[in-house]
Design a binder for this molecule. Sequence first.
Ligand SMILES: [Zn+2]
Ligand SMILES: [Zn+2]
Length: 284
Amino acid sequence: MTKRIGVHLGTTGGASNAVERAQEIGANTFQIFSSSPRMWRAPKIDPKQAERMRELRAKLDVGPLVIHTSYLVNVCSQSSEVREKSVAAFRGEIERALALGAEYLVLHPGSWKGLTRDEGLKLAAESIERAIEGLPWQSTPFHILIENTAGAEFSLGGSFEQVAELVERLRHHAPVAVCLDTCHTWVSGYDLVSAEGYEETIKQAAATVTLEAVRVWHCNDAKAARGSKLDRHEHIGEGTMGLEPFRRLLNDARFDHCAFIAETPVDDPGDEERNVRVLKSLVK
Ligand SMILES: [Zn+2]
Ligand SMILES: [Zn+2]
């Protein structure tokens, strides 16, 4: 079984270009935004683009295709106006993901500022359920992946338990699974770095979200310290985490079914390729 290792890529010139770009830089999976991540309005997917993407992915054996939801979407906002916009925008995200044949759509559970966490959790589940209602996902591999967050105040999903709670609520209503982000895991307080800490953290993930449900690991080193709750990604091996946690993850048979995708900064040309190369070099 080949490891699936890739990186978040831009889609200048059309989403299908990212497939060739992925292959050029030695990746066999990748993540994109299907629209501008900071704008509410999104264009429809051109069926020709979608077809080209399917063909190229099959030909070059590139997958899974992971799409990251726009940062504007907040499915548990206290404002019903923002929530309605978020449900509509997230429905658009699901439609575009299905049109492109994406396996996974990553979603941050949102911010419940002004509410209680329980109210936020309930709203997030309701909103996601409404967003996917009636869309034809049943005969596809498509899953919504709930991503753990850095644990900032009022953000839902800052612990494995919180991600598990949301997945549990949605289990019978939508295809949901989990994306864990190494940087978010570390800065939210889990020790993913020491050998014992790694085992303990994975044990906690197994007891909450379950390891089978983890489909994607976002592989990001961190600029900030463990427990800082500061979400600042760093190049693999150059941050407060170092190379070891990535080596452990990539060689952990319990995650053989996962895709490993870097969302590292692009400071210089070639940074995407470099981070993919570093991750690949850690596989034994
Ligand atoms: Zn994310
Ligand atoms: Zn992430």
